[in-house]
Design a protein around this ligand. Structure first.
Ligand SMILES: Cc1cc2nc3c(=O)[nH]c(=O)nc-3n(C[C@H](O)[C@H](O)[C@H](O)COP(=O)(O)O)c2cc1C
Length: 143
């Protein structure tokens, strides 16, 4: 069965709302989709998945969250070669540089990014943003 893992970090729930909407879009019989907080995710979750969906807001100064998400992303860098990966997250006042850097980093590690650009939402995702998250989930089913 096709396995999709959505692994995210969220401090105030915005990225988590995106993660839930992606999950909703990807839920269909015949696809094993799981939603994991990064604190409960392991490298094996990445190894065993056909598609890995990673979510993290822009933190620090246009960076990934440093205590859990950054170390996790480091730990999977050697596992994403040739793997389908999708990225998403919420941001506040910046210009989304964190997402461009993250995409580049994943590509440098050989990941096949499913989307042209990571899916972003400004602060709390509105209806339009949530609908894009759901669309991403549906896209993952056919990827
Ligand atoms: C410590 C901290 C650093 C942040 N740094 C940035 C930043 O560099 N650029 C930006 O656009 N937003 C920044 N933000 C805003 C968050 O990305 C934004 O609030 C986001 O919606 C949080 O998502 P979450 O609810 O999933 O935690 C920062 C927020 C915090 C708390």
């Amino acid at each position: 069965m096709k396995k999709i893992s959505i692994i995210y970090w969220s401090g105030t729930g915005n990225t988590e709302k995106m993660a839930n909407a992606i999950l909703e879009g990807a839920k269909i019989d015949g696809v094993d989709v799981s939603l994991l907080n990064v604190s409960e995710a392991s490298v094996d979750d990445v190894k065993n998945s056909d598609i890995v969906v990673l979510g993290c807001p822009s933190m620090g100064a246009e960076q990934l969250e440093e205590s859990e998400m950054e170390p996790f992303v480091q730990s999977i860098e050697s596992e994403v070669k040739g793997k389908k990966v999708a990225l998403f997250g919420s941001f506040g006042w910046g210009d989304e540089q964190w997402m461009r850097d993250w995409e580049e980093r994943m590509e440098q590690n050989g990941a096949n990014l499913v989307q042209d650009q990571g899916l972003t939402a400004n602060n709390e995702p509105d209806e339009e943003a949530l609908s894009k998250c759901k669309d991403l989930g549906e896209l993952l089913i056919i990827e």
